[in-house]
Write a protein that binds this ligand. Sequence first.
Ligand code: NDP
Ligand code: MG
Length: 380
Amino acid sequence: MKTISVLGSTGSIGTQTLELCRLHPDRFRVTALTARSSREKLFEQVREFRPLLAGFAEPVPYSEIPEDLRFCKWVMGREALHAAAAEIEADMVLVSIVGIAGLQSVLDALDAGRQVLLANKEALVTGGHLVMDRAKAAGKPILPVDSEHSAIFQCLRAANGNEPTGILLTASGGPFRTWTKEQMMTASRQDALKHPNWNMGAKITVDSASMFNKALEIMEARWLFDMPPERIHVVVHPQSIIHSAVEFADGAVLAQLGVPDMRVPIMYAMAYPERLTTGSRPLDLFALGSLTFEKGDPVRFPALRLAGECLNAGGAACTVLNGANEEAVAAFLRDEIPFGRIAELVENALEKLPDLKADTIDDIFEADRLARLQVRHAMA
Ligand code: NDP
Ligand code: MG
């Protein structure tokens, strides 16, 4: 029996994780659940999973917690995330909140000696060096939940001394894969939220449409697998069946395949190094008929170019890209800017904020703050 604390339990990854806990009640016990503000959803989860601790990042008065749920400890605000990451008993901490907010939680969990299951890619994008150093010091690998990185992680386990020489990072291409730059410029919220293969939270769905999600994943792969950006190749694969692949020195390429279903990588991280059933349906290659591959287009999707540029620039460039993108996506989701403005605002922030350092977590939060400010300034 493993104990698990779930940060962001009301989200897309969080609810699928709880579904897996429900499927294997003899293997996982939930000890903490947190949300930002989704009250009814969290209340329902607490009622079912009976954790030791629960909390909202946006404080809710204790008087508004239903009486039948007061058996557990309720913590509010920033403290809620800290308590769930580092204080409450848990073998594993799943960080599935959105955005740079995940960085502190990952560091807290590692410092407390927890096994981190990482969905929140922004923690590595902004503080990859800090996270990997702490994970090394703690002697616990970060277990990726992101499907591509889970695939790469699984393939690397078969290396047996065969040197990995490159990563083929697959991308569905999102809903605008075949759209022209002009069409994309004025694409609506509804268009961007229609992902062809995956059902995910709003932020990452917009990032999939702009391919900023893939940019963040290149950065994530760079840190998780210590692979230089020029050896991480984006392969647009619209069917999302090959979840990524690793090239090895002997010429072998190992890939992990399956229907697009996040429960598989989530469960892989939860049960690691074992494997348990997930309820995912089997892959039928005959029904699919063919798998196709394309090059990503860095002209229509500037994010693909910016990822390598930011990694090579070093300092806080990746944090600036991430912060500017978070701010721009939020504005797009509020219908304040057209889709095409997102990449423009990110590029503008990168131009205006070169050479920021990212040595400490304070540097990183400062770079994030400046990037957001720059986006708001450019939008005004
Ligand atoms: P969702 O938006 O569906 O859920 C986010 C969860 O985190 C919710 O529980 C939300 O609470 C909570 N939350 C959001 N912001 C904060 C905050 N600032 N502080 C505390 N809690 C917060 O997101 P996803 O599940 O889609 O994604 C989670 C992370 O996993 C992201 O980093 C994403 O990039 C990554 N990821 C997601 C994949 C997917 O398939 N969804 C695939 C690969 C990676 P509330 O409900 O109250 O708002
Ligand atoms: Mg992914």
